[in-house]
Every structure is written in C-alpha cells, then in structure tokens.
Design a protein. Structure first.
Length: 439
C-alpha cells in the first residue's frame, strides 16, 4: 500500500482530482464521465499521501468482502467458504484493494446493494446502488439484473411499486452525486471514449488483458469447466432457474462493455462475484475447489507466463511472477521513472510523457513544487515554472510547431513513438529522446 497511488495512471488522476478539491475547493473530475464519490472521499485524506488513500480503498474492499460473505449466507451457497476466500484473493480484487482507483468503491456499494436487496430492504439497496453509480457510472449495467430479481419476487401490483421505488431512489442518489459535474459541464460530462484499435489489435488486447488477470491455466480450466457442465447449465436455463438467470444478466452486460472497450480488465471486476456464484451453481465441489486454487494462485505465480509488453520481444516463462507481485514491482518502477523525468535539468523545454502525466503532476503537488495549478485532465499539460518546462500528454503537429517557434526544445519518451498514432514524425522537429535508465 505504500508504493504509490497505483499502477494505473487513472489512480494518480483520482489523486490529482482529490488534491485540487481539498486544497482549492474546486472539483475537477479525474476523467470523464466522472467518478465523483471516490474523488470526494479521497480528498479528505489526500494530504496524508498515498498510504492514507490506499488504506481507505483497503477498508472499502474489506466491506465488500464482508458483504459478499453475507450474500453467500443469504443464498445458502454450499461452497461459501471457498468462494469467500477466492473473492478476497483473486488478483483483480487483491490488486485493486491497495490502490487509489475507483473499482473497489463501486464494487463495495454493488455488494452492499445486492446484500440488502436479498434482505428485501429495497430503498436502502437502491440508495447504495446509486452510490455505486456515483463511483463508476458503468455500475448502471447491473440494474437489469436487480430489476429482474425484484420482478421474480412479488405479484404484479407489488412489482410495479417496488421497481418504481427502486428506480426513483437510484436516480435521486446518483443525480445528487453527479450534480457538481452537471452544474460545471452540463450534459457534456457524459463522454464516451471509443477505441482506435484495429480488429486484430482489439482481439489481442481483449485476450491478453484477461490472460494477464487470471492466467493461462485458469482460462483453460474455465473453458473445460463450462464444457463439462454445459448440460447442467442448459437444464438450469430450461427450468428457468431464477438464480442462474440473475447471475447471467449481471455478467453479460459487463462482458459486452469490455468486448467493446477492452482498455483494462478492471472493467470486469463487477462480474467476479457473479461468475463465482454461477460456476458454483452449475459445477461440483471438486471442480470449484480446483478452479478457486488456480485463480488465487495467479496472484503469487503464473504458469505459462507471457510478457507481451513489447510486441517486438515477447518473453515466455514456464513459471513467472504472479499478478500481485508483478503489479507491486511495476508501481515501484513507475515512481522511479517519474522521479527521473522530473530530475532532468533541461529548461525551456516540452516533455511529451503520455501516461506519466498524472504521475508527474501529483508528484509535484505532493512535494509542493513551484508548479502552477493547471489541470492535466482539462488542460492536457502541467507546467514547472522554475524550469520553464511543460509536461504534456501528446502534441498535435500545429502545437509542436508553436512550441518550436517559441524556442522550446521538445523531448519525448520512447513509448510516444511506439504507442502514439501520430500522423507526423516527432524527430522532424528535432525532438530528442529522453533516456530513461529505469525503463
């Protein structure tokens, strides 16, 4: 928990947003469409550093684990102990329990919402679900499953009343949470970021992120598991088993979202408890135990480890570091690279740093460096007045010409060439490569 705000640049963007809210009283979202509730709460602790905000996420995660345990009891799940431990230690949950991301905030309120839903406390469930949406707007994808559950519980008259009440309360709570965004940006804060990948790149990213989250052996075993118990699954569907249908309605929308925008496997975190419940429902004790051990073991070590970070040099190991250990190392490396970039002496310069921009901005803010209060999410840069240096995410060709005419020297990280879809060559403008020893 004491290794930066997280491996994902978005965790550092949340820290930047929280810092400005705490120290200026002005709310700027970490990115659109906004993740306001975690940003509001993290602002309370942001001046105490990443250990404090990561600890807050850990507490939120523990609450979600407790709520999942109550769900298992409420549903009278046979293998509740195995599923409880698997949920707690599966890599996606473990990693995001010790950073300043918003994933586990949404997950916490989703689990609390489902827990109170099963207890027929619909108003409280709806309020908690509204907070889940206020943490991550994509939590809204779970609403059809919740309404399906309510629909199956009562007579026609009561169904209309309870569903109506539920939707109204969800709308009120989520609207209150998003009100600062609406007042500042109107409806323009509702933003969608389409991918720029080719079909092949899309498929590669979709597959690799899932592999990187649960491991090659776990993927293989899940496929085997589904094939082995397909007749049980088919029977449950044909018999209209409401639990199984509820799980599927909860899972499928998030899978479709991830298939559409496979930026990060963290998008699949809301599916974890429902996938575990679904597999437990159609399988048997032995196979659910084996699958759980495989999923959890990938946190510590990976069998058939494939490192495809650099497409030109793909490394394959029989046994490699698990996702949790790998993530911890990456977090340290990113902090070292950030400090190295900041420590360069070059003045009158522009550094194109891509995803390191929020790392750099938050490092300056945390150290109270002499930087102006600019907003990387809004303005796309951070300025160090003492060195007359701009840090930018990217530059259009017109922007780079303007800086060159003002006698700024352009520097770039190697990944700006490898990752960017530039329609010009940076080196045409005598841009210089920043030699990073930690990369």
């Amino acid at each position: 928990m004491n290794k930066g705000f997280g491996d994902d640049p978005d965790s550092w963007r949340i820290a930047v947003s929280a810092f400005y809210l705490k120290n200026t009283g002005v709310y700027f979202p970490s990115r659109f469409p906004g993740y306001p509730f975690p940003e509001y709460l993290n602002s309370v602790l942001i001046n105490y550093g990443w250990f404090a905000t990561n600890t807050l996420t850990m507490i939120i995660t523990l609450i979600s684990i407790y709520a999942f345990g109550k769900i298992l009891l409420e549903l009278n799940v046979k293998n509740k102990g195995i599923l409880f431990l698997t949920y707690a230690f599966v890599p996606l949950i473990w990693i995001n329990s010790t950073n300043t991301m918003d994933y586990m905030w949404a997950m916490c309120f989703i689990m609390l919402s489902i827990c109170t839903l099963l207890e027929s406390r619909y108003v409280l469930s709806a309020a908690l679900f509204g907070l889940a949406i206020g943490s991550r707007s994509t939590s809204l994808l779970l609403l059809p499953a919740i309404l399906f559950y309510i629909y199956g519980q009562y007579s026609h008259k009561k169904i209309k009343r309870f569903i109506g009440e539920y939707v109204v309360v969800v709308g009120i709570v989520s609207t209150i949470v998003y009100t600062p965004l609406f007042l500042k940006y109107g409806f323009t804060f509702i933003t969608y970021y389409p991918t720029n990948y080719t079909l092949i790149e899309h498929i590669e990213r979709f597959g690799y992120n899932i592999y990187d989250s649960i491991g090659l052996i776990s993927i293989s075993y899940i496929l085997f598991y589904v094939v082995k118990f397909k007749s049980t699954f088919s029977n449950e569907i044909h018999s209209e088993n409401k639990q199984v249908i509820f799980y599927l309605i909860a899972i499928v929308p998030f899978l479709l979202l991830y298939a559409k925008v496979p930026y990060d496997a963290g998008y699949l975190i809301p599916t974890v408890p429902f996938i575990l419940l679904f597999l437990e429902k159609i399988g048997n004790d032995k196979h659910i135990l084996i699958l759980s051990l495989l999923l959890v073991s990938n946190s510590i070590f990976a069998i058939g480890d494939i490192d495809a970070t650099n497409k030109e040099e793909i490394n394959i190991k029989i046994i490699g570091e698990g996702l949790v250990l790998d993530n911890a190392n990456d977090r340290v490396t990113n902090i070292e690279i950030t400090n190295e970039i900041i420590d360069f002496d070059m003045k009158n310069s522009v550094f194109i740093v891509r995803s390191y921009l929020p790392y750099i901005e938050m490092t300056y803010l945390a150290n109270s460096a002499n930087g102006t209060i600019s907003h990387s999410v809004i303005d796309g840069y951070y300025y160090d007045e003492s060195k007359n240096r701009y840090y930018v995410y990217r530059l259009s060709e017109n922007q780079i010409r303007e800086y060159v005419l003002k006698n700024y020297t352009i520097y770039y990280l190697e990944n700006c060439i490898l990752e960017d879809d530039l329609d010009y060559d940076l080196r045409m403008y005598e841009a210089k490569l920043l030699e990073i020893t930690n990369e």
